[in-house]
Design a protein around this ligand. Structure first.
Ligand SMILES: *[C@@H]1O[C@H](CO)[C@@H](O)[C@H](O)[C@H]1NC(C)=O
Ligand SMILES: *[C@@H]1O[C@H](CO)[C@@H](O)[C@H](O)[C@H]1NC(C)=O
Ligand SMILES: *[C@@H]1O[C@H](CO)[C@@H](O)[C@H](O)[C@H]1NC(C)=O
Length: 382
């Protein structure tokens, strides 16, 4: 995988145009890549998810198997702590979306792409996941002319939305039934690409607006993680010239970049919210939910610190760009629960569990089921 090039967009952002930077950043992340709700079990009848490796529960794995590609992501030790097998989740176990489903009293959200002959349309009634690991927000036709080639997948957010539209009749029947189905679903859009907020400016409607037109009533849109704390970025971008946060050891500039992205995303979400007062749009603050762990790793049992990867190779952060987790030569830690970083880019199940707790046990989350919501926090209404 040619992962180095996009990383350098981020390491040396001044060298490229801004669209390349944002596209490159998010490409890299992907390539390397809630139970006491006020009305528990009754608030939402399903979860519909779009996104990338942070939410993919098996779609890229299915795409790869169709084209006979073997990716290290689908080999042990991925998934070693969950169902004792690789499901295509980019972690040792469960992801944030799994903890969300658990908290809402819903089954784990099945990937949309399934083996042929596997009749899963019934289970899709309680959730369906279109997220694909490696996916970008923007389409290939936009990225490639800018020199960004995604070796993983072309299943951009637009492609995922097209799958959703195509599959709706078999999941929920006619249009009015589907509006009802969508309206009673919690829709998770992301985390995905920093370019979502560029959509309305450059190409018309945002994905969020399209979903609202189709009947969506509750959208949860996560922001970006503090990428400057990622073991892979620390390895590739770190240098004597970089400024490191003296408490966390994270790269200051990359975290500022993620915060900037999140600010633009929130501005965009606020605009969409202002146009649709009957819809609840929540910004999920993945940045600060994760930052809590980077600030206080020991408090949460991460006794190996927050920066070193559990699975990878040699190096200060256990990341060696020539060895990927899943390769035979990769090293794997004995106790993943004591690490925040799983493979350098993605986090461990233990970290995702704490982040989910930080996000989904807040009053904002508990108020998700009721129509009037207020307040700001890790899960802020817009
Ligand atoms: C997981 O699978 C491996 C190999 O199939 C087996 O040795 C191990 O005991 C299993 N672990 C659990 C917890 O089931
Ligand atoms: C995406 O890739 C698949 C398989 O490589 C191909 O069949 C499909 O046409 C591509 N779609 C787009 C929009 O490029
Ligand atoms: C949609 O299907 C339901 C049955 O599932 C039916 O009662 C309803 O009339 C249909 N609506 C339209 C607009 O066809």
């Amino acid at each position: 995988m040619s992962t180095n090039r996009p990383i350098f967009y981020l390491c040396f952002p001044m060298a490229s145009s801004s669209i390349s930077i944002t596209s490159g950043v998010f490409l890299v992340i992907f390539v390397w890549l809630w139970s006491s709700c006020l009305y528990a079990n009754g608030c939402y009848t399903s979860i519909i998810s779009f996104g990338d490796s942070l939410a993919d529960t098996g779609n890229l794995k299915q795409l790869a198997s169709i084209s006979n590609r073997v990716l290290p992501l689908f080999l042990p030790p991925y998934g070693e702590n969950f169902l004792n097998q690789s499901t295509g989740r980019c972690s040792n176990g469960r992801l944030i979306i799994d903890f969300l489903a658990e908290r809402l009293g819903l089954p784990l959200v099945p990937p949309f792409l399934q083996d042929k002959g596997n009749n899963n349309m019934v289970t899709f009634k309680q959730g369906v996941n279109y997220a694909v690991a490696g996916a970008t927000a923007l389409d290939r036709s936009v990225l490639e002319p800018r020199g960004i080639v995604n070796p993983m997948t072309n299943a951009s957010l637009g492609v995922q939305l097209a799958w959703f539209k195509q599959s709706l009749p078999s999941i929920c029947g006619n249009e009015s039934n589907c509006r009802d189905f969508i309206g009673r679903s919690l829709i998770l859009v992301g985390e995905i690409g920093g370019n979502d907020y560029n959509y309305p400016i450059l190409w018309g409607k945002s994905v969020e607006e399209e979903l609202i037109e189709m009947g969506a009533k509750t959208l949860v849109v996560p922001g970006n993680f503090p990428v400057g704390c990622s073991a892979s970025y620390l390895t590739v971008c770190g240098s004597e010239k970089e400024e490191y946060d003296h408490v966390t050891g994270c790269l200051v500039r990359l975290n500022q970049f993620a915060e900037y992205h999140n600010k633009l995303l929130q501005t965009k979400l606020k605009q969409v919210q202002d146009l649709h007062s009957d819809v609840n749009i929540f910004y999920a603050d993945y940045y600060n939910a994760a930052m809590e762990i980077y600030l206080f790793p020991y408090k949460y049992g991460f006794t190996n610190g927050a920066l070193k990867a559990c699975c990878g190779g040699e190096g200060r952060y256990n990341v060696d760009p020539s060895v990927e987790c899943g390769d035979a030569s990769a090293t794997v830690c004995d106790e993943p629960d004591t690490y925040v970083s799983w493979d350098g880019i993605h986090l461990t199940e233990a970290a995702y569990r704490i982040i989910s707790k930080n996000l989904f046990t807040t009053p904002q989350f508990n108020s998700l089921c009721s129509t009037s919501t207020s307040g700001v926090g890790l899960l802020g209404s817009m």
